[in-house]
Structure formats: structure tokens, C-alpha cells
Design a protein around this ligand. Structure first.
Ligand SMILES: [Zn+2]
Length: 91
């Protein structure tokens, strides 16, 4: 059995370190303040990350488009050369 490390701020129950790992007090179900604060902070962080990703998305999209052309260029060039060679040999 774990020793009491804290008392519930709502019902005063003796809480062990194991009880504090839960979402709230196991006796009165009151959500622990540190849990609700962490949850609020997590929601704020997720909103901020979502905004950052939204702001970066057009830049990434444009870079991908440019990179695609850069990769296609040698293929298109060699195709053109092959066509010229074939046409020259046939004539
Ligand atoms: Zn309680």
C-alpha cells in the first residue's frame, strides 16, 4: 500500500501516488486540478500546431511542385533526345 501524499481538495480523502495517476479522485470523482490544466494546455498546443501546419502548407505545396518539375526535366530531355535520334535514323 502506498502512503498518503496528498488530500483531495473536494472530499479530503487520503490520496496515494497511485491515486494521483488517475484522472480524478477515486472517491468523489473530482478531476484533479493538475490534470484539467494539463488537458487545457494540450488543447492549446494542438490548436497552435494546427495553425502552424496550415501556415506552412502552401510553402510545402509550392516546393513539392517545383521539385517535381526538377525531377521530370532530365526524363523529358532524354525522351526528346531519343525521339530526335529515332527520327534521324529513320530518315
Ligand atoms: Zn475526493
Amino acid at each position: 500500500m502506498y502512503p498518503t501524499v496528498q488530500n483531495c481538495t473536494n472530499c479530503g480523502a487520503n490520496l496515494t501516488i497511485n491515486d494521483l495517476r488517475l484522472q480524478g479522485c477515486p472517491y468523489c470523482q473530482t478531476v484533479y486540478p493538475h490534470r484539467s490544466m494539463a488537458e487545457q494546455q494540450m488543447q492549446i498546443n494542438q490548436q497552435m500546431m494546427g495553425r502552424i501546419v496550415q501556415q506552412q502548407y502552401p510553402v510545402v505545396q509550392q516546393a513539392t511542385r517545383q521539385l517535381r518539375w526538377l525531377l521530370l526535366m532530365p526524363i523529358l530531355t532524354s525522351l526528346l533526345i531519343a525521339i530526335i535520334v529515332i527520327v534521324t535514323l529513320l530518315l
